[in-house]
Design a protein around this ligand. Structure first.
Ligand SMILES: NC(=O)c1ccc[n+]([C@@H]2O[C@H](COP(=O)([O-])OP(=O)(O)OC[C@H]3O[C@@H](n4cnc5c(N)ncnc54)[C@H](OP(=O)(O)O)[C@@H]3O)[C@@H](O)[C@H]2O)c1
Length: 294
């Protein structure tokens, strides 16, 4: 018979918008939850709901075997943790602060020096999604720490372990964010364009923009095959003409076409150097290895 495990104590350091949501999820799942934040008053609601407020960061770090950090950035993380690093010895630190792979690796080295099990994570969700299955959190670093705490980590959302290199979660996180920001920038441009003609923007978004962007996702697996020769139904010459038309129309409608110009210029250069009609893979090559494209 499976024994039902008691929820383990968890400490959450950092009670910004995201840290609050994380601490609330642990509390709601019955974990004894200790919290610490630079501005202590932000813990009031959590304390009213049953959390323990640590008076000092050292008290916070020693209160639980599992410590979650969610701070503004890595300089702040180290400003907060470094003076009390020894207090983490023998515990697991799961750092969900957004940063670069290099910062994650440096922090893993710091953790190893202090005898701390380390997982670095990337939260692919907004605070309102935390605690629900659609919230995805990526983890990398100590596989043993992930295996030991996976069930507890699942309180925040779905958990995906992406590898032993502590920088991997951050790399994947930034890559996914980059794709999102690119898409949002394009969507904003689209809304600005149709907005010049007083279009019904919510209607345009729900009936055309979202279905269109969803349909275009079918092209992504082809991009992912960038190392193998792929035939493309959308040759770069044709795409460069369409992009030039968007830029011209944007200028005519009084909408800044800069974003698209950045895409157009490499494509136009590409076409100048190679015969028009080559596949989109050439553009992918140019983005990946710009020095070789010259
Ligand atoms: N919010 C989101 O939608 C979202 C989504 C995914 C990932 N994330 C990531 O989660 C992390 C936290 O984001 P957030 O939305 O919670 O940000 P936030 O609301 O701005 O909170 C920032 C946190 O950092 C603390 N902090 C800032 N400067 C500090 C300093 N000098 N010393 C000590 N503490 C300091 C703040 O403490 P005070 O309260 O005292 O200012 C607060 O706890 C970020 O890395 C972010 O990228 C956020």
């Amino acid at each position: 018979m499976n024994e039902r495990k008691e929820p383990i104590p968890v400490t959450v350091v950092g009670l910004g918008a995201m840290g609050m949501a994380l601490a609330s999820a642990f509390l709601a799942a019955g974990h004894p939850t200790t919290v610490w934040n630079r501005s202590a008053g932000k813990a009031d609601d959590l304390v009213a709901a049953g959390a323990a407020r640590a008076a000092t960061i050292t008290e916070a770090l020693t209160a639980s075997p599992l410590v979650i950090t969610c701070l503004l950035d890595y300089p702040v993380l180290h400003q907060v943790l470094d003076p009390s690093g020894g207090a983490l010895a023998g515990r697991t630190l799961v750092n969900l602060t957004n940063g670069t792979p290099e910062q994650a690796r440096e922090t893993a080295t710091w953790a190893a020096r202090h005898d701390v099990g380390y997982l670095d994570g990337g939260i692919m969700a907004v605070p309102a999604m935390i605690g629900r299955p659609e919230a995805l959190v990526l983890y990398s670093g100590s596989q043993a720490a992930f295996n030991q705490h996976e069930q507890t980590l699942n309180r925040m959302g779905g958990s995906r372990y992406v590898g032993a290199d502590p920088g991997s979660a951050s790399l994947y996180d930034l890559a996914l964010l980059s794709a999102m920001y690119g898409q949002f920038a394009g969507a904003r441009h689209a809304l600005a364009l149709v907005g010049t003609e007083n279009a019904d923007l919510p209607e345009f978004t729900s009936s055309l923009l979202i279905p269109w962007l969803t349909a275009t996702m079918i092209g992504l697996p082809v991009l992912a095959q960038q190392d193998t020769a792929q035939d493309s139904d959308s040759p770069s010459g044709m795409q460069a003409v369409a992009i030039a038309n968007i830029v011209d129309a944007s200028n005519a409608q009084g909408v800044d076409g800069d974003l698209l110009s950045h895409l157009l210029i490499p494509m136009r250069d590409l076409i100048g150097r190679r015969a028009a009609g080559r596949s989109l893979d050439d553009l992918v090559d140019l983005i990946n290895r710009p020095e070789q494209g010259k």
